[in-house]
Design a protein around this ligand. Structure first.
Ligand code: UD1
Length: 388
């Protein structure tokens, strides 16, 4: 019997692990020799809205173990996770550890798994922004360097790994597992009511009235990258732009990340934001709610990686507040719908004009077909046999 531990830590991990866990359950229902599987949550994200809500929305079973690591500096997060995860590995002795994405939990558990002699599989391998100031890029490089099996979402990522000398037999192009989650949940999300989502999640101090939200023709924004929200001058210029140039043209919905809320308050920008009439400030919202809002947004303003991909498949023009991306397949020059606008207002303004002049157009890159999780599990089982 093969024993697998899969790991999640932070919000963007949950939509990637859900289909993998479901694929294991489906496979176990058919097997004589079931996979022994444990889900470990490192606890990097712990707020109800940042964690538990996603388990509920996506039908992920309660994690077998929660390391409850919580927030802290990167070294604190990674260090505490490694110490706690090492104990789990020594007790459980899995054959394989499966990690997803690029957050601190991914890095910490990869290093620990390898040191404890488990085989390591990385789902969403090979993405490269080539920007070493991003913590996620460091996490990706280390995780991929240590992984025995590297499952990639697109051919460009496989090529990146080949160029770094990863042996061909360790790379499997499986497609984008997050799109499995999108496909499964699309119908359920479509039944939600936009005004209802805004009313239920609004930050009550904000003066905006959620009933201003039309069925479509609104802008949707998320911001959380340290490069955008941790610098007072940059965050001020972004806030000024969206309040004075976006929210005057159309309603703007902004579900706020805890990091960004803290910074807005610290930099004295909170009062401006909540006093903007057309800007509907929301608490962090669940997966289905975000999917619903994205489906009818006129434009999405974001610095998230995953949302660039979801916009591609849903057909929402997306302005990405970054100078580079590890997901070039989503860019408009490569057939997607995302435009890199950095965090300079002139460029964002140009991008905003482009987005308003661009019609929705859904695009499906190769193997973003809703079946990636089955291919991931098959790849793990094949590799387990080959590397036995
Ligand atoms: C992390 C990931 C990032 C991902 C993002 C999605 C890393 C290096 N970064 O960034 O790649 O895009 O998650 O959200 O792993 N906080 C809470 N409650 C929570 C979680 C966080 O209040 O449940 C606050 C804390 O003040 C914390 C801060 O948010 O210090 C940042 O959290 P952290 O997990 O360190 O990084 P994120 O910015 O969320």
């Amino acid at each position: 019997m093969i024993k697998i531990i899969s790991v999640v830590g932070a919000r963007p991990n949950f939509m990637k692990i859900a289909p993998f866990v479901h694929a294991i359950h489906a496979s176990n229902a058919r097997r004589r020799d079931p996979i022994d599987h444990l889900l470990v949550h490192t606890g990097q994200h712990y707020d109800e809205e940042m964690s538990r809500a996603f388990f509920q929305d996506l039908g992920i079973p309660e994690p077998a173990i929660n390391l409850e690591v919580g927030s802290g500096s990167h070294a604190e997060q990674v260090g505490h996770t490694m110490i706690a995860f090492e104990k789990v590995l020594r007790k459980e002795k899995p054959d394989w550890v499966v990690v997803v994405g690029d957050v601190n939990a991914t890095l910490a558990c990869s290093v620990t798994a390898k040191k404890e002699g488990a085989r390591l599989c990385h789902i969403e391998a090979g993405l490269r922004s080539r920007d070493m100031s991003m913590p996620e890029e460091i996490n990706r490089l280390v995780t991929d360097r240590l992984s025995d099996l590297l499952l990639t979402p697109d051919r460009l990522s496989s090529e990146n790994l080949r160029n770094e000398g990863v042996p061909e037999e360790n790379i499997v192009f499986v497609g984008n597992i997050m799109i499995d989650t999108l496909d499964v949940n699309r119908e359920k999300a479509a039944s939600l009511n936009i005004e209802g989502i805004c009313a239920a999640n609004r930050i009550t101090e904000a003066i905006s009235d959620p009933s201003i939200i039309p069925r479509s023709g609104y802008a949707l924004m998320t911001l959380h990258r340290p490069s955008n929200v941790d610098d007072r001058a940059i965050l001020s210029s972004l806030v000024n732009f969206v309040c004075r140039e976006v929210a005057v043209q159309m309603p703007l919905i902004w579900p706020i990340h805890p990091r960004s809320e803290k910074r807005l308050k610290q930099f004295g920008l909170w009062d401006t934001v909540i006093a903007t009439r057309n800007l509907v400030m929301l608490k962090p919202i669940g997966y289905l709610e975000m999917l619903r809002l994205n489906m009818d947004a006129r434009v999405l303003l974001t610095d998230s990686g995953g949302l660039q991909e979801e916009c591609t498949v849903l057909g929402t023009p997306c302005l990405t507040f970054r100078w580079n991306t590890e997901r070039p397949i989503t860019l408009k020059e490569n057939g997607g719908l995302s435009m890199l606008v950095g965090n300079e207002v002139d460029r964002i303004r140009q991008g905003f004009k482009w987005a308003l002049a661009t019609d929705r157009k859904a695009v499906r890159p190769e193997l973003w077909d809703g079946q990636a999780a089955t291919r991931c599990l098959q790849a793990v089982m094949d590799a387990a046999q080959r590397m036995n």
